[in-house]
Ligand binder design. Structure first.
Ligand code: ADP
Length: 255
């Protein structure tokens, strides 16, 4: 970086001489930042009107007795909830990308933490009769940003429930691997086709649009997972078999 400009540096070795090639990428960086700022500003501006609309529609839903009108109200409620989820996910990404954002690590009791995350998702588990197994040993400790990690594991466990079959299993395991503690979220769900695996962490990517639409979601969850893992200097791996289930492994540095 020279005088707040950013350069892409390439070094060539020709006839035992070194050549340095600099490309000024400042305009590209300025454009990227402007795009992030725009999405962040729009999301902030939409948050309040959506919250007001949601409150109003919920009140109408409680008070309306007419069956036909109630049908329209629940349609509106479903759509407003989708918008609310999307805006919340966009705001999470905007916050993660802002320069002021920091990872504040504390000591976390992993088993309790995962139980708390699962409890928050209990509204999703009843319909499907999901069998949840928290296989983490008592007194397992990780160091991480509790708020961010709870968003990360909420996304992974929510997917493990959403894309599961009736009476399916969601399992959370943890083990050590070199300098990492690995936390695995495993399900017995529909699985992910091999060719989609490299794409699922991309923003807005959803495997099968029609299948995913009925399940609900924004296509942002796994990109948030990747972002938070990398902010912890960790990595995330996926393994999946179509029709049998998926396993997501989050590697977090021990310290
Ligand atoms: P979404 O909001 O659609 O769940 P995500 O970014 O969380 O977005 O996931 C991207 C896509 O990856 C999903 O639409 C789904 O097709 C697929 N996917 C994610 N997790 C699982 C899983 N545990 N089992 C099967 N498919 C999954």
């Amino acid at each position: 970086i020279i005088d707040s400009k950013k350069f892409l540096v390439k070094v060539y070795n020709i006839d035992n001489k070194k050549f340095v090639h600099l490309t000024d990428i400042t305009p590209f960086e300025v454009y990227k930042q402007a795009k992030k700022d725009f999405v962040s500003n729009v999301s902030h501006e939409l948050k309040t009107p959506i919250a007001v609309l949601k409150g109003a529609i919920e009140t109408l839903d409680q008070e309306e007795k007419d069956k036909d009108k109630k049908r329209f109200i629940s349609m509106a409620l479903k759509r407003i909830n989708q918008m609310d989820t999307l805006i919340n996910d966009l705001l999470i990404i905007a916050r993660l990308e802002s320069k002021e954002d920091k990872v504040v690590k504390t000591q976390i009791d992993l088993k309790r933490f995962i139980n708390d995350v699962y409890e928050d998702l209990s509204h999703l588990t009843k319909e499907k009769n999901i069998n949840f197994k928290n296989n983490i040993k008592e007194n397992s400790i990780i160091y991480g940003d509790e708020q961010k990690l709870s968003i990360l594991f909420k996304n992974l466990i929510e997917n493990a429930i959403k894309y599961n079959k009736d009476n399916g299993v969601v399992e959370v395991n943890s083990f050590e691997n070199g300098k990492y503690i690995v936390v695995e979220v495993k399900d017995t769900g529909i699985g992910i086709p091999k060719k989609a695996l490299p794409l699922i962490f991309e923003r807005f990517y959803r495997v099968d649009k029609s299948r995913s639409r009925s399940v609900g979601g924004t296509g942002l969850g796994l990109s948030i997972v990747k972002h938070i893992t990398e902010a912890h200097k960790g990595k995330v791996e996926v393994d999946s078999k179509l029709g049998e289930g998926s396993s997501f492994k989050v590697y977090l540095p021990k310290q």
